[in-house]
Structure formats: C-alpha cells, structure tokens
Design a protein around this ligand. Structure first.
Ligand code: ADP
Ligand code: LRH
Length: 473
C-alpha cells in the first residue's frame, strides 16, 4: 500500500486529497478544500498564489507521514523567478485582459499554420505564448508553471513537467522538447525555460524546515496539468471512448496515440495536448460551468441543487447561446451578458433563474455534441461511450442532456478524477504494479461506482436546436 497526497488546484477550488493505493484498492479522503478564483488588484486579475500555497501546506501538514506528494493545477499560467530564485510579481490569471489583441500580434510573428504544425495547440487568447508576449521578462531567469512553482517552493528544485508545458504553445508536440525555434522567433529568452520532467519523475524531497512537513517526503511529478491527470482516471474499458472533463471548463475530446495536425483539425481549433505516457489529448475547450458559476456569483445564490431543480422544470429549448462566444470568457455580469447575447441573436432573454440555467446547460450540451462529432470525424475514430468526469459529472440534468444531445450513453464519474490520476501516477512511480493506463483505469473502475445515462427524447429536437444555434454564431 502507498499513502500519497494529491494537491489538485482547480480554477474554482483547490483541494489536498489523501490517497491510499494498493492492489485492488484506491481510496481518496479530502484533507482540505479551499476557494480559488480571480482576485482583481489595481485593474489586473491575479491568482492568490500564497493563499493556495498556505492552504496546500495546511492540507499536507494534516496528512502527517506520506510516501509522496503530487501537484496538478489548471494550465497555461505561471510564475517568474528572478536570479535569486524569488517570485517576480504575483501570477496573473488567464482571464485577465492583458492578452486582449495579443494573439493577433503572435500570429503576425508566426503564422497560425506554422504554429500549429509545431505545437498542435488550439488557438486560445490566453495561451502562455500570448501571456509572455504581454510580459516584461528582463529580470526573469525561470518560468515555472503553477504546479512547478509550488513544487519548487516545497523542494527548492526547478523544472517543467511535460503535460503542462504542452499547454504553453512553445513545446514541440512531436519531439516533446521546448521549441527553440518558436522561442527565438517570439523574441523570448531561452534561459527562462527549465529542463523538462516526465510524469513519475521525482522532483526532490520536501524541505522540512521550510514547509513544516515530516522530513523525507518525495515530491513526485504527475500529469501536472489537471486535465492530463483527470484523463488518466477515465474509467474506460476500451479505446472507443470520448470524455468530457467537466469543471470550470469542459474539456471535450479523445485520447490518441499521435497528434492530428491536419488543416481540418486546426480550422476546428482542436488541441493536441500532451498526456501521461506520451498520449495525446485531442480536445477542445468548451466554456463549461464557468458561465453558471459566474451567474451564481452575481445572483449571490449558492443553492446549486435548487437552481438545477428549477432548470429541470423550465421549458426545453426556449433560448440558446453559443457558450464559446468571447463575451463569456472574462468575469462579469453573466446573466446580463446572456440577455444581451439573446437580444443580439433575435431571442427573448430568459425570464427566471431556472430558465437561465436551462439555457446554459442545453447550450453546453449542444456544444459538446458539435465538438464530439467533429473530433470523431477529424481523428477518424468512432466512439460508443462518453465518460464525464470531474465536478460537473454530479450535474444530473447536464449529464442527461449530454446523453440526449450526443446520442451516446454517458458514464458519469469519478468526481475527483484529477486527484485520482495524480495519486495513480505517484503510486506507480513508487512501485505499485500499475504498468499502464489500462491498469490504472481498471483500478478506478473496480473501486468507484459510475452512473449511466442513456440517450432519451427525440434526436430531431436536437437537430432543430443545433440549426437554431448555428444561427446564433
Ligand atoms: P475545477 O477543477 O475547474 O475547479 P471542479 O471539477 O471542482 O472544477 O467542478 C466544479 C463544478 O462542479 C462547479 O462549477 C459545479 O457546477 C459542479 N458541481 C459541484 N458540485 C456539484 C453538485 N453537487 N451537483 C452538481 N454540480 C456540482
Ligand atoms: C482546466 C484547464 C484546461 C485549460 C484551462 C486553462 O482546469 O486546465 O485544461 O485549458 O484550465
């Protein structure tokens, strides 16, 4: 048996989970959970990185003796260190407006087709490449992605874990090395990009005086991009599956052995992110439950169960939005933006909270349907089951709508997929007999119950809704 801690920092909450892993055994226990989100300071959106670090330490200290610690978080964001190894400024949130218009400048330096041929990454305005183009780098000696930054604070060791490095748009998707050519063409200093690490590598030992942790605990690199860790824990039985990693974002796609770098994939804005064991996460970002989270924040309504009950009772297909419209990216008054989006597309805005939530969930289900269909066509891979993992897998209405819209059976769970993937990769590095992803997935399947949703309703209703939604884009 191995006893490890998974630090899993999502965009809406962070948690430290204690994981016990052995032959036929896999169990998580929450040590602590803490708020995460954008903090506006002097007109700029930041992460509260010291709050995240402090809360991480609280959880780890509560764990006592451990065989390992692994850290995963959301992608693309980073901290910069100076020549003394100190943090230069508080990390900026990817939803900050500093990258407005920057993608266009990046594409003037490196045309989209060339950028895609090297990195295989979808064009998102907040990719690290865009953020770095809006950054002053003179004093920077190292760029550390968020999990690598926390790993550095715990151990004093610098490095860049590959799955998360793959989201910077500066990593070569074929060689899995930093692209010196892109770095140089973007005028970025090569010195700031640390040596790469593989999931399973030992980063170092947690410094007991610095951290207050029991001496001698190894910190182990995992799939440090949270989505990479969550895909590890997809309880799939065979490879004809698609997944939705459902949280603040919905990451919708397939697991492949090799990247798809065709014009078709680029035009549809599919990404080829690096997975554990060299797999490719061929997916698209759909705006996800962020829109609902922001509505709840603006309404001051944390009764999610109540809102979902009202949404279930609201009339179907009353209003539809394109959840991926750029106006839904930044924090703000989401209910007002939905109203505006409806008016601009000739629809009557929803009149109740239940109707707003129904509109968000049906529109997400339609976006999933569209994305899943193009993923299968572009990657030439048919699927017969859709796994929904992460916090959003608890949303019964959304899971049913997703099954109805996609025409696929949905298997929902596990909820804490990222933490499970994190724990499994650590356990393997520590010698547990989990030779490959199939073995890890079999262990998740035998230790976690899933909920199955069969497609219901009339497919013609979704066809009609889809044509209406095309009209809204
Ligand atoms: P992230 O890792 O991006 O912070 P999570 O995987 O923790 O996201 O998922 C958070 C989302 O899960 C919330 O936005 C919420 O919509 C959904 N969620 C959490 N708990 C429940 C629940 N009990 N029922 C339905 N949905 C839930
Ligand atoms: C999900 C996630 C996603 C990224 C986004 C920035 O938490 O890591 O995979 O695209 O955050």
């Amino acid at each position: 048996m191995k006893r490890v801690a998974a630090v899993d920092l999502g965009a809406s909450s962070g948690r430290v989970m204690l994981g016990d892993v052995g032959p036929d055994f896999l169990q998580l226990r929450e040590l602590n959970r803490f708020w995460n989100g954008p903090v506006r300071v002097h007109g700029r959106l930041h992460w509260d990185i010291l709050h995240l670090y402090r809360s991480t330490l609280d959880g780890l200290q509560a764990a006592g003796a451990l065989d390992g610690i692994g850290i995963d978080s959301w992608a693309v964001d980073y901290g910069l260190l100076d020549s003394d190894g100190r943090l230069l400024g508080n990390p900026v949130h990817y939803r900050d407006a500093r990258t407005d218009g920057v993608m266009e400048r990046v594409l003037e330096e490196v045309p989209a087709a060339e950028l895609y041929a090297v990195t295989g990454l979808q064009q998102l305005p907040f990719n690290t490449i865009c953020q770095l183009s809006a950054e002053k780098l003179e004093q920077a000696t190292s760029l550390l992605m968020i999990p690598d930054l926390l790993g550095y604070w715990l151990t004093g060791e610098i490095g860049a874990e590959r799955t998360n490095a793959s989201t910077t748009q500066l990593l070569d998707v074929r060689t899995r090395e930093w692209s010196d050519e892109l770095i140089s063409r973007m005028g970025l200093p090569r010195r700031i990009f640390p040596e790469l690490r593989e999931p399973g590598d030992v980063i170092g030992t947690a410094l007991p005086d610095e951290t207050g942790l029991v001496p001698g605990i190894p910190v182990i690199a995992v799939g440090s991009h949270d989505t990479a860790s969550s895909v590890v824990a997809v309880p799939a039985e065979h490879d004809r599956f698609a997944y939705i990693s459902s949280g603040t974002w919905s990451l919708v796609g397939l697991e492949l052995d090799a990247p798809v770098l065709t014009d078709e994939a680029r035009d549809a804005n599919f990404t080829n992110e690096g997975g554990v064991d060299g797999r490719i996460r061929f997916l698209r970002n759909v705006m996800g439950l962020w829109i609902l989270q922001e509505c709840q924040r603006v309404w001051g309504d944390d009764d999610l169960d109540g809102l979902l009950r009202d949404a279930a009772a609201a009339p179907p297909f009353a209003v539809l939005i394109d959840p991926d419209a750029p106006e839904f990216l930044a924090p703000g008054n989401m209910p007002a933006r939905i109203d505006e989006h409806c008016r601009a597309t000739g629809q009557e805005p929803p009149r109740s909270r239940g109707a707003v939530v129904r509109c968000i969930l049906e529109s997400l289900a339609l976006a999933y349907r569209r994305t899943l269909r193009s993923a299968q066509t572009i990657a030439d891979r048919e699927v017969d089951v859709l796994h929904v993992i992460g916090g959003g897998s608890q949303n019964e209405l959304l899971c049913q709508l997703t099954a109805d819209a996609s025409g696929l059976p949905v298997l929902a769970g596990p909820v804490e997929a990222s933490a499970l993937g994190n724990v499994l990769v650590q356990a393997r590095a520590l010698g547990e007999p989990l030779p490959d992803l199939s073995a890890m997935r079999a262990l998740v399947r035998s230790t976690h119950s899933l909920r199955r949703y069969e497609p219901q309703g009339k497919p013609a209703d979704w066809d009609a809704a889809e044509s209406r939604m095309i009209g809204t884009r």
